[in-house]
Design a protein around this ligand. Sequence first.
Ligand code: SF4
Ligand code: SF4
Length: 190
Amino acid sequence: MRTFEEMLKDGFLDRIIYNDSGARHYKKDDNEAKNCDYELCKKCGGKCCRLCGCEFSPDDFSDLSFEGLLKEIEKGYITLELVDGDQFYIAGWIWHVRMRNADQPIVVMPGTPNSKKGCIALKEDGCVFDYKHRPASGRLLIPARDERYFHWECHTDYGTREALLEWKAHQKVLHDLAKFVGDKNYPCTI
Ligand code: SF4
Ligand code: SF4
């Protein structure tokens, strides 16, 4: 597998043509009482969070400029990930922003092995963020309501496809950030 530096050197990122059209915005129902079942998630122990960090929406950031996003990325809890949109029925390569996994770098490229540790914000007693400060897909993750179906029946109203469609409008800034931070490793400070 090629490293990020090798991919940068052979111009992989520069050959990608981004198409920002088709970006969407999703209205989010931030109703904690409706969306959460803390007892059930506690019993489950966060199986979803152990698989992968959840998705941010552009709405989660007050400043979407290069400098504004960089300030958050430098805290070490965010990953910029490039995915092949075909997997989600969207044309082209698309950058999106999600919580970092404990064993993954700041920039995740196609071919990076799946995480074995899961989200960097998942601690012994659950997520370090309170409800209103969680990324959009974490806030909108509706538990199965039945512990026999942990994980398989839990769903989020804001998944990777929705995130890709929202982040489509911000590809240039994410591309520039990925090139800037790709060889850096900020320790997580949250
Ligand atoms: S949402 Fe589902 S998989 Fe995630 S912690 Fe809650 S019960 Fe477990
Ligand atoms: S930020 Fe919180 S809710 Fe989201 S994956 Fe991490 S531990 Fe789970």
